[in-house]
Write a protein that binds this ligand. Structure first.
Ligand SMILES: NC(=O)c1ccc[n+]([C@@H]2O[C@H](COP(=O)([O-])OP(=O)(O)OC[C@H]3O[C@@H](n4cnc5c(N)ncnc54)[C@H](O)[C@@H]3O)[C@@H](O)[C@H]2O)c1
Length: 692
């Protein structure tokens, strides 16, 4: 065996050369890998004793993609394209031997080989779309030639992977090797030689493209089917255009089109934001003062207090991954209702074919109910999700302190209350922590973990790991009203409320934020949550528009009216009644209504969010700016192609954000526009949050 580079080596066994890539952890296509393949192929072609070449990887996977740490840096020779061209032009057959995952550039490498064999566990995919990109090394041109345009469209627009069996059925691989992949691949190579099989190149194949040429509406059908999910994203559309090019243009032209569209995405802001977010998400798991060897508390049983909106959703998370959970209520009726909603949710999912009837049974079987708090005595983790009321929560934690076993974690799902005050009523504040789930708790990916002053490091470590186990992305934050997510949200809502007093209407504000890429604007969101959260009929004095609407029994979607009118399918339409109420309220409160531009709506809603994020960072409530962004992307649907509010601030330039905030501060006198000292300092130094 000879080393080709420090990431690849070559051995020759009886006329078959084996190039082995070894670049842990995932054999990414780093410079040393490309060089190794290129040199290896060249040596094999020059060596008369070599008749065929097997490309295989050491470790746990085949090449799982590009080395994204090289993105944005100076190009390192050899590039992937010339490397793949050398492979495709090889006069000796090359066989890819695939295990683990052949993803992105890895699959593209396999696609320039003449044959592909894999083991039974191998998986294949082109996930570039998830980074705002497309497969730029011929993948969009070769894949449809192998699996047909329809399957290729599905794969490139979703980034989803297919398994070995499907790959064999679709023609993506030639053989599944039962045991030893290396030996199987060598045997396959010998078969190719003995049978004198042709040196087929995928690029020359046309058979699977012909039907699609007759069926051009195929592409628009796909566009329509993904429109809602991919609103605002460029990459899915560009991926579709590439497959269209593969179908309609000669191979070389298609490759050119792919290259052009790839470069556009690669140099654009969306992919930059999505790549940034890819790292942001991984970074969020790192807690500087919690060492890796901190012990974890085993979680085998979970208790949830309150079977309402949140308690039910939270319990489903546990059942989904096989953890038994017991929900406690004070009234049988509330408990039955809560359990009923969970069952209905699961049945709905099953009716869409996303889980089986057996899953429904198993998951419901894992969720039990009780009216007796003392039944939580054997739980390792107890999550309180009762009404948002400090007195009630303190009372419950006092009882839990007496009931829970030593070492159990006592968590609150409070949206905004002070975790330290809750912890203070117990004799074990180190066991207390905030686990802030987002609604619907069984769907939203974010878990804001709120660290109290005394929360133990083992408790923090356990909760971070537990989040992963229940398939959430956790962000660790400190105690302040609303924590990171809702504290920032409050600033946006304050401006939205102000804008409708000054001249805008709810649907105008919502439209601007929807078009920015958020799933809905602030008024639709308020209607969805219910306008009467925290509102009290007895004490309401019509002091805000919200009060006025609640007093008129317009309490949001659940009552059929709120800021909007809703039809029976809950589709909103602007309400003339609300418009009249707003105009009257504006007048009563002395506002001179004026035309408000879309730019003003956007800036006044979003820039105070960036500003509040800066204050949060300065106070140490969030560990890093990217954690704020993860919170907003996964908790509130901030479009990932804009990175998150802090990344967005950086992309605008903090000097511009500061100047604009100052302009509105002067105009309104509102303190939320006073630029945070941290942001002013960064702007003056020409830096961004990313440089902190
Ligand atoms: N709804 C949201 O969007 C959301 C999001 C994140 C966090 N939260 C927080 O989650 C908590 C619960 O909110 P929700 O929307 O699920 O409220 P909810 O009104 O839907 O549910 C609360 C449940 O708690 C029960 N309950 C009240 N006192 C109890 C007691 N002493 N023992 C046992 N059960 C009791 C009630 O019967 C009710 O079923 C609140 O702290 C809220 O701020 C809510």
């Amino acid at each position: 065996m000879t080393a080709l580079t420090d990431m690849a080596d070559l051995s020759i066994e009886d006329g078959i050369a084996i190039i082995t890539i070894d670049n842990p952890p995932v054999n990414a296509l780093s410079q040393g890998v490309r060089q190794g393949i290129k040199d290896g192929v060249a040596q094999c072609l020059a060596d008369d004793s070599v008749n065929a070449i097997v490309l295989i990887c050491a470790g746990r996977t085949f090449i799982a993609g590009a080395d994204i740490t090289e993105f944005g840096g100076p190009p390192k020779e050899p590039g992937l394209h010339p490397t793949l061209a050398d492979m495709e032009n090889s006069s000796k057959p090359i066989i890819a031997a695939i295990h683990g995952t052949a993803l992105g550039g890895g699959l593209e490498t396999a696609l320039v080989c003449n044959y592909r064999v894999c083991d039974a566990g191998a998986r294949f995919g082109l996930p570039e779309v998830n980074l705002g990109l497309l497969p730029g090394a011929g993948g969009t041109q070769r894949l449809p030639r192998m699996v047909g345009p329809e399957k290729a469209l599905q794969m490139v627009t979703s980034g989803a992977q297919i398994g070995a069996d499907e790959a064999l059925r679709e023609g993506l691989v030639d053989e599944i090797v039962a045991n030893d992949l290396r030996a199987g691949a060598i045997a396959f190579a010998r078969k190719v030689l003995t049978e004198k099989r042709p040196l087929t190149k995928i690029r020359d194949r046309e058979d699977k493209l012909i039907a699609a040429r007759e069926n051009p509406e195929l592409f628009d059908k796909v566009r329509k089917s993904i429109a809602r999910k991919t609103r605002g994203f460029l990459a899915p559309e560009y991926n579709i255009r590439c497959i269209e090019a593969a179908v309609n243009l000669p191979f070389e032209e298609g490759v050119k089109e792919e290259r052009k569209l790839f470069m556009e995405l690669m140099t654009g802001s969306q992919s930059a934001a999505q790549q940034y977010f890819f790292f942001a998400e991984r970074q969020a798991a790192k807690i500087p003062d919690v060492p890796a060897d901190t012990p974890e508390i085993p979680i085998n049983k979970v208790g949830v207090i309150g079977a309402g909106t949140m308690g039910g959703g939270i319990s489903m998370n546990m059942a989904n991954v096989g953890i038994p959970v017991i929900m406690v209520e004070t009234q049988q009726e509330a408990l039955d209702h809560g359990l009923g909603v969970i069952r209905k949710n699961y049945e709905n999912t099953a009716s869409k074919g996303r889980i089986s009837a057996q899953d429904v049974k198993d998951r419901c079987g894992l969720i039990s109910g009780s009216l007796d708090l003392s039944e939580l005595a054997d739980c390792d983790l107890i999550i309180e999700a009762v009404f948002e009321n400090m007195e009630l929560k303190r009372e419950i934690f006092k009882k839990l302190d007496e009931i829970a076993k030593p070492g159990a974690i006592l968590a609150s799902n409070t949206s905004a209350l002070n975790i330290n005050e809750i912890a203070a009523v117990t004799s074990r504040p180190e066991a207390v922590i905030g686990l802030h789930f987002f609604s619907p708790a069984n769907v939203m990916k974010l878990l804001e973990i709120v660290r109290g002053d005394k929360s133990g490091k083992d408790v923090i470590k356990t909760c971070m790991a537990f989040a992963k186990r229940i398939k959430k992305t956790a962000v660790l934050v400190g105690v302040c009203p609303g924590f990171v997510g809702n504290r920032i949200l409050a600033k946006r809502q304050a401006q939205a409320n102000q804008l409708i007093l000054e001249g805008a209407l709810p649907h105008e504000v919502d439209k601007v934020l929807f078009e920015f890429g958020l799933p809905m604007g602030p008024f639709q969101m308020s209607d969805l949550a219910g306008l009467d959260i925290g509102w009290n009929k007895e004490t309401s004095k019509g002091e805000t528009i919200r009060d006025v609407l609640c007093e008129a029994d317009r309490r949001g979607q659940k009552t059929g009216t709120g800021f909007y009118d809703y039809d029976k399918n809950r589709v909103p339409s602007p309400s003339p009644v609300v418009e009249k109420l707003i105009l009257e309220f504006s007048e009563k409160t002395g506002h001179q209504r004026r035309e408000i531009s879309e730019d003003e709506i956007l800036e006044r809603c979003l820039y105070p969010m960036i500003n509040e994020g800066a204050k949060i960072l300065d106070e140490g409530i969030a560990i890093r700016a990217s954690d704020v962004d993860v919170t907003w992307v996964y908790g509130y649907g901030w479009p990932v192609y804009r990175g998150g509010p802090m990344h967005y601030g950086d992309s605008l330039g903090l000097d511009k954000v500061v100047a604009t905030l100052r302009k509105y501060h002067e105009m309104t006198g509102n303190a939320d526009f006073e630029p945070a000292p941290l942001m002013v300092r960064l702007a003056e130094e020409g830096r961004g949050f990313k440089d902190l």
